[in-house]
Design a protein around this ligand. Sequence first.
Ligand SMILES: Cc1cc2nc3c(=O)[nH]c(=O)nc-3n(C[C@H](O)[C@H](O)[C@H](O)COP(=O)(O)OP(=O)(O)OC[C@H]3O[C@@H](n4cnc5c(N)ncnc54)[C@H](O)[C@@H]3O)c2cc1C
Length: 451
Amino acid sequence: MDQMTDKNADELRETYQVIIVGTGAAGLFTALSLPKEMQILMITKDAVENSDSYLAQGGISVLKNEEDFSSYFEDTMRAGHYENNEESVRVMIQSSRAIIEQLLTYGVVFDKNQDGSFAYTREGAHSTYRILRHDDVTGKEITSKLIAQVKKRSNIQVLEYTTMIDLLSDESCKGIVIETSTGETKNVYSNAVVLATGGIGGLFQNSTNFPHITGDSFAIALRHQVELQDIHYIQIHPTALYSKKKGRRFLISESLRGEGGVLKNHKGERFVDELLPRDVVTAAIKEEMEKEGTDHVFLDISHLEAEKTIKRFPNIYQRCLEEGYDFTKEAIPVAPAQHYLMGGIKVDTKGATTLPHLYAVGETACNGVHGANRLASNSLLESLVFASRAAEQIVKEDVLQHQEDMQQQIAVASSVLDDDSKRVELFRQLIWKEIKREDEKFYVRWCNNAN
Ligand SMILES: Cc1cc2nc3c(=O)[nH]c(=O)nc-3n(C[C@H](O)[C@H](O)[C@H](O)COP(=O)(O)OP(=O)(O)OC[C@H]3O[C@@H](n4cnc5c(N)ncnc54)[C@H](O)[C@@H]3O)c2cc1C
């Protein structure tokens, strides 16, 4: 946190090239995929680690080999009730290995077998083992390594406890309005804004999400007539640890069922195939609870080898113990809870929204990749794949914008060349602009006062 604090202390500037709202996997990966010369502001409502990305337990899917493509594609489509955007699904799967390679260069560690090969796991509705994991804390492993990389980049300023409260826009997006950690309201301008504010779990009484993740981007988008898509496609996870206490629900990863966990009613009877897609399992649990007149069912993994399950799920084991349940000896109480939003701000496969210069990535965006229901472990992957594509598009637009600016300058030039004072001013502006484009930090420090 030290360096983050230093960067927080940096003075907030009025303009940046790119503003990224949210420090989950999608926001961080967008920032890291942009050129090191671009001046980037990242803001987050809470501490930098407090994102849903950090909480991901199960893992991240990947195309293991070319032969698995059609099966992975079909699993994603079937889980999504064939409402998925096929192009998005194709792009996600085809880009998955490059994304994993990139994560490895950032120091992310995935579990391996004794022979050094990846130890793939499986979750509900996947027809094979194709999920990479780091124990049962994959999200923490990925997100903490991305945060560490961001801390190394002097071009990225991160402001914690800073909330986006509005967009600045006319016919295109010009920046955002923020509420700072001290409660002041400020306008911050940029060439591009990226919304990476996650989903809407904070609006629900029972959710596995952080309570501060309340879908602010969607309300702001609606106010600015930015199109949303499928905002009602909300995933209810079948198995959160049942609790009467208030607050975030602890997720019991699908991997427990993938590894042989069994769902039982109060009579100890199994009532559903545990590896069916999430929405089907959730509906079966709800029906069973209604039939029994209860508010939870049980997940039993006590028949599995205790040492192995503790080693495989150390975090979940610990958390269950804290709540008074030892999953090696007894079935644990579970109930469905809001978990994920498949819909969101409508984007193309490059993260562009319906408002020029406004992008959306991660859970905030809807490119149709999940259709009506997300396949387990596809969301971290989707967040990273489309974050990197959005970054690519932002760079392209930045270059185009620069070319357009230069064209305008050249057009003006012919009419003012004869006028000495106008020409001197024009030449001066052209040079400042070019220096600023190459090195905005240097420009702000050394050239701005001559402007
Ligand atoms: C418990 C749990 C387990 C999961 N397990 C898996 C898994 O195993 N595999 C998988 O693929 N996916 C999993 N997911 C889903 C996955 O983690 C998320 O969907 C994904 O990481 C979303 O990333 P994101 O970057 O889009 O958003 P998030 O990680 O949610 O980040 C949102 C960010 O936006 C910030 N923010 C929000 N509003 C504002 C505002 N107004 N102003 C400023 N900042 C704001 C937040 O502070 C935060 O930094 C899990 C989710 C949960 C909750």
